[in-house]
Design a protein. Structure first.
Length: 256
């Protein structure tokens, strides 16, 4: 009906009707701007040569819209555009051309057609000798991981470690990579817990450091127990494949 009404208003001129619909989309998008868009579709992809990976989140208001072919198709179009144009930032991606308009214009038009707030909320890029992507079924969660070596066995390791990241949500690759603010917070929490349990003041620091070590073991990728074989850590799993194999970077996005 929107298309019919636009054609009537434009006296049958398809170009003018299209412009009217785009303007209508902008108006609807503006009205929806203050609404929450917490549903959506997350997708991770890699370049053909496997040296670059991207991951993005296209948000909408309802799961119903997120599951439609049009919405998911446009999310894939955005991802392909990002790789084809070697886009490095979310602002650059919004300005990139896809299907005859910028990505931002395409999102606005889709918002007008669907009647929901739609936004490109997150976009990350990884480059390495090998990048592996993992999309969890349903595309509410995805990961990309960079490794310093290539090969069929390395690709398999990359897939398994990507699933590890999806399942266990580490805060960093190794303990040396953990943000100092997180470390300070964990030490303070450890001291407070020890204090409340009645431990003597002179023991608080030691107890807190012990808890910090446990935090590193549970929350840093290389020190986590491998979910497919909890008798070994991810570090050991990598070393079994190749003693020089390293995770160079990773990214994990999840709805909610």
């Amino acid at each position: 009906m929107d298309c019919k009404n636009a054609l009537v208003e434009a006296d049958g001129d398809f170009v003018k009707a299209t412009d009217l619909l785009r303007k209508q989309g902008q108006k609807i998008a503006a009205k929806r701007g203050a609404r929450e868009a917490n549903e959506g579709y997350i997708i991770a992809k890699t370049s053909e040569d496997g040296t670059k990976g991207i991951i993005l989140t296209l948000n909408c208001e309802t799961d119903f819209v997120a599951r439609t072919e049009d919405f998911q198709g446009y999310a894939n179009t955005i991802a392909n555009t990002a790789l084809a144009n070697e886009v490095e930032s979310i602002d650059g991606l919004k300005a990139a051309q896809a299907n005859g308009s910028t990505v931002e214009e395409g999102i606005t038009a889709m918002s007008g057609t669907i009647g929901e707030k739609i936004e490109l909320a997150q976009y990350e890029v990884i480059e390495s000798e090998l990048v592996v992507a993992y999309n969890h079924p349903g595309n509410r969660l995805a990961t990309i991981i960079g490794l310093n070596k290539v090969g069929e066995s390395i690709v398999e390791v990359g897939k398994n470690v990507s699933m590890q990241i999806a399942a266990m949500n580490p805060v960093a690759i190794d303990k040396e990579d953990v943000d100092q603010g997180i470390i300070d917070r964990e030490i303070e929490i450890g001291k407070e817990q020890a204090r409340e349990s009645g431990k003597p003041a002179e023991m608080l620091e030691k107890i807190a450091m012990g808890k910090l070590g446990k935090y590193f073991k549970e929350n840093t990728l290389l020190n986590q127990a491998y979910v497919r074989d909890n008798k070994k850590t991810i570090r050991q799993y990598l070393e079994e494949t190749d003693s020089d194999l390293k995770v160079t970077s990773y990214n994990r996005l999840e709805l909610g």
